[in-house]
Design a protein around this ligand. Structure first.
Ligand SMILES: [Zn+2]
Length: 198
């Protein structure tokens, strides 16, 4: 699988309607001479003269769709098909989950740590998926860095997350270091699978 453009975070400039990257920033407010020049050169699009909250911030040259950052975030999260994650260490073993947001299925498993392997398959409701997406959005999952490493620790905890969007996968992982919102993510996974994930 190829790594999508989204591995750098959310691409606010990409049109969520047609996928084009041929878009312009919309600048609101009273433009000065420089801004008029930029607009004439097709580098920006002039919006209204007042700044209104929730107004569109981007304009697609290809399909004329207009959107703002909030809508770009919602668009990116709504394209997620599957979230896979694992966390654990040598002594406690590893938890692995796969949350299939399209087919409404989860697989949870625990391996290692001196215990018998266990795997649980579950079907989930559409409302669980909606809640899960809300929570991973709150955890800012798509904007996590690709790597979180704490050097000098040999046998601590490791984690990884793979987010599948269309035909590309975004991968993130860490050794003994976690993103700020890691716990929000873990709670979202635990709620969706009804099993331990920490
Ligand atoms: Zn478009």
């Amino acid at each position: 699988m190829k790594i999508g453009a989204l591995d750098m975070g959310i691409n606010y400039k990409q049109c969520s309607k047609c996928g084009s990257k041929n878009s312009l920033r919309i600048i609101d407010g009273m433009p000065g001479p420089e801004l008029f020049q930029e607009a004439d050169a097709g580098k920006v699009k002039l919006g209204g003269c007042c700044i209104i909250e929730g107004a569109p911030e981007y304009f697609c040259n290809d399909c004329k769709y207009e959107w703002n950052r909030e809508q770009a975030i919602d668009g990116a999260y709504s394209k997620i098909k599957t979230v896979k994650a694992s966390v654990g260490g040598y002594f406690g073993g590893y938890y692995n989950v796969e949350i299939d947001l399209v087919n409404l299925k989860t697989i949870w498993s625990h391996r290692g740590g001196g215990e018998a392997e266990s795997t649980v398959h579950k079907t989930i409701r559409k409302s669980t998926v909606v809640k899960f997406i809300e929570q991973i959005k709150m955890a800012d999952l798509l904007n996590w860095k690709a790597k979180y490493i704490e050097p000098g620790v040999c046998d601590g905890a490791q984690w990884s997350v793979e987010i599948i969007i269309d035909r590309s996968a975004i991968k993130k992982h860490g050794d003994n270091k976690f993103p700020d919102n890691w716990e929000i993510f873990c709670k979202a996974v635990a709620r969706s699978t009804s099993k331990i994930f920490e």
